[in-house]
Design a protein around this ligand. Structure first.
Ligand code: SF4
Ligand code: MG
Length: 336
């Protein structure tokens, strides 16, 4: 059965004066209606880049080199820039960490919301657009909407701006919402409110959501499944419980170990695991995590590990898991 979004073997490179940087190096996943997929990784792991490719916002010198992206079976990479503009908002919407990147400081909230609507439906009347804008603001939990419609972004608090941005993203009922660290800049209470809100809106609209974050606490709270990225590679992928209780990749294990205990103050930050991130201009030949991995073996330095299936829809790319698989096979043969 066709999923809402299918990404297959995506490769994205940046051509810099110093050379080619393979920011996304062959990743595949799908996201269905009503599903939230978390993409986790440290900065520079390629998690934003791959999301920007879906929505046609990859900036030069970034280039999709290989692979496919389909939304409801439609080839997203074949669309022209103007077709993509139509798609954004009406089919796919994106919300960012900083609302000011998509709110225009010189327009009122009402203006921006109705503008977004009219861009996708030119036949809509001014009254109808206003009405829908106010309904949307109410849906994201904003009170006093008539007053808010006339205000400018700088007149609102950070949490309120975040809500307005979510309203902007959802006003045309997109099928897929991409949220790039949308709560990182907010305090913990407001973070929780925004996450709750996104889940509610998802239930109503049956959207698929891609949630990009470096915060595993948030992942546990909102995601159904998780992709863990490291140096442009998807090193592990699986249902959220598998990732938390039976991680198969040493990098995922490291992330979990470095996750602060559930004390709300330190909740927002992931303590980095030891070692230096990969030099993306000169990535290692084998497993990209090898320089930081306490289990690294000779083969790890020479060859990229293949994906090993660890359960239903759970896979990891690590030579240790390949070894496990071989051992299990041997055991089974002995018994026969
Ligand atoms: Fe560590 Fe080797 Fe597994 Fe990479 S493949 S994570 S270096 S054990
Ligand atoms: Mg990012």
């Amino acid at each position: 059965k066709q999923k809402l979004l299918e990404v297959k073997n995506l490769h994205v490179s940046f051509f810099t004066p110093a050379g080619e940087v393979k920011a996304v190096n062959g990743i595949s996943y799908d996201v269905d209606y009503d599903e939230v997929m978390g993409i986790v990784g440290e900065s520079g792991s390629g998690k934003s880049v791959e999301a920007y490719s879906i929505i046609g916002l990859l900036q030069s010198p970034g280039k999709v080199m290989e692979g496919s992206i389909t939304l409801e079976g439609e080839d997203m990479l074949a669309k022209s820039p103007s077709e993509m503009i139509d798609y954004r908002g009406s089919q796919v919407a994106m919300i960012f960490q900083n609302p000011m990147t998509c709110l225009n400081p010189v327009y009122t909230i009402g203006n921006q919301l109705t503008e977004a609507l009219c861009a996708h439906d030119k036949s809509i009347s001014k009254e109808e657009a206003d009405k829908r804008a106010m309904e949307m603001l109410e849906q994201v939990g904003i009170n006093n909407v008539e007053k808010r419609m006339k205000q400018y972004p700088h007149e609102l608090s950070g949490g309120m701006r975040q809500r307005v941005m979510i309203a902007m993203g959802l006003i045309c009922h997109p099928k897929l919402l991409i949220a790039d660290e949308p709560t990182t800049a907010l305090d913990v209470t407001i973070q929780a409110q925004i996450l709750e809100l996104m889940k509610e809106l998802q239930k109503k609209n049956h959207m698929g959501i891609i949630f990009i974050t470096h915060n595993l606490g948030v992942v546990a709270e909102v995601c159904d499944k998780v992709s863990v990225m490291y140096a442009g590679k998807m090193v592990e992928q699986g249902p959220v419980d598998d990732i938390f209780y039976q991680p198969g990749h040493p990098y995922t294990m490291g992330l979990l170990r470095s996750m602060p205990r559930v004390d709300a103050e330190s909740y927002e930050r992931l303590i980095p695991i030891e070692g230096t991130p990969v030099d993306m201009l000169n990535p290692p030949e084998g497993c990209p995590f090898a320089p930081r991995c306490e289990h690294a073996m000779k083969v790890c330095l020479q060859k990229m590990p293949p994906y090993v299936e660890l359960g239903d829809n759970h896979r990891a790319a690590c030579w240790l898991r390949v070894q496990d698989a071989i051992n299990t096979q041997k055991e089974a043969q002995k018994k026969e």
